[in-house]
Design a protein around this ligand. Structure first.
Ligand SMILES: Cc1cc2nc3c(=O)[nH]c(=O)nc-3n(C[C@H](O)[C@H](O)[C@H](O)COP(=O)(O)O)c2cc1C
Length: 232
């Protein structure tokens, strides 16, 4: 083989070795890139209509915790106070089936991947406005079906354990998938002070628990719906 030809072959060998390494690097980079996930959309629903509701304060805290410390999950609150009382007579046989407030609420719920319910306990159960909202969401087609959810309560002496048990039961028929742990039952009126007079959460330990609950909701949602994991 002529020296010139040998040199050219060596040159080709060395130059082609570099793209191979680069190709490996690219593959590694792509693998690393596959980790970021698409945004999980969480709709938060507050079961109390009070202006200075502590449960709404929990939702504000959850939104803040997500914005500051949880990648890939975004929480938005949807209001339920404008919904009429559940009444199938209000449903229409037209393209737009529900009254405007219901239609708007159902659209938001439909667009969610997961839910965060924050609600007090009223007479050993969940507050009527929350049950009303869920009843509207359940009308065919059920816009909550197959989605994940977490719940948290600021209530009286019970901390909301009975109202949460009732919501879990309702979730069976709706085909909602609740995380089991951590549970959060906050005895809101017992010292030390956990909320200020505007309903803002001021207790650092509860904030930590709330973050654990949100992380649990995130990982459960991704486990149940792996398609939400972005591959690009
Ligand atoms: C009609 C009504 C019934 C209630 N029943 C219960 C109850 O059964 N168990 C309980 O722990 N607290 C009960 N409470 C207290 C509320 O759960 C508590 O004040 C809660 O913190 C209010 O939440 P909010 O600040 O988000 O409005 C009741 C309050 C009202 C208004």
């Amino acid at each position: 083989m002529s020296r010139e030809k040998k040199n050219r072959e060596m040159e080709i060998a060395t130059t082609s070795a570099i793209p191979e390494e680069e190709e490996e690097d690219e593959k590694k980079k792509k693998k690393k890139k596959a980790k970021p996930r698409s945004m999980i959309k969480v709709i938060a629903i507050c079961g109390s209509l009070r202006k200075t509701s502590m449960n709404r304060g929990l939702i504000r805290s959850a939104i803040e915790i997500c914005e500051e410390g949880i990648d890939g999950m975004k929480i938005e609150e949807v209001e339920i106070h404008l919904l009429p009382f559940i009444n199938p007579d209000l449903e229409m046989e037209s393209e737009v089936k529900f009254p405007p407030a219901v239609e708007a609420f159902r659209r938001r719920v439909h667009g969610a991947d997961a839910f965060l319910f924050a609600f007090p306990e009223y007479n050993y159960s969940l507050p009527a406005p929350l049950k009303n909202a869920i009843d509207w969401a359940s009308r065919p087609p059920n816009v909550m079906a197959g989605k994940t959810a977490a719940m948290v309560s600021a209530a009286g002496g019970s901390g909301g354990n009975r109202s949460q048990a009732h919501l879990r039961q309702i979730g069976v028929f709706l085909d909602l998938h609740f995380i089991n742990k951590p549970e959060m039952f906050i005895k809101a009126h017992q010292p030390p002070k956990k909320f200020d007079s505007h309903g803002n959460l001021v207790d650092a330990h509860i904030k930590e628990n709330l973050k654990s609950l949100l992380l649990s909701l995130q990982s459960f949602t991704l486990r149940l719906h792996p398609k939400l994991l972005s591959s690009s």
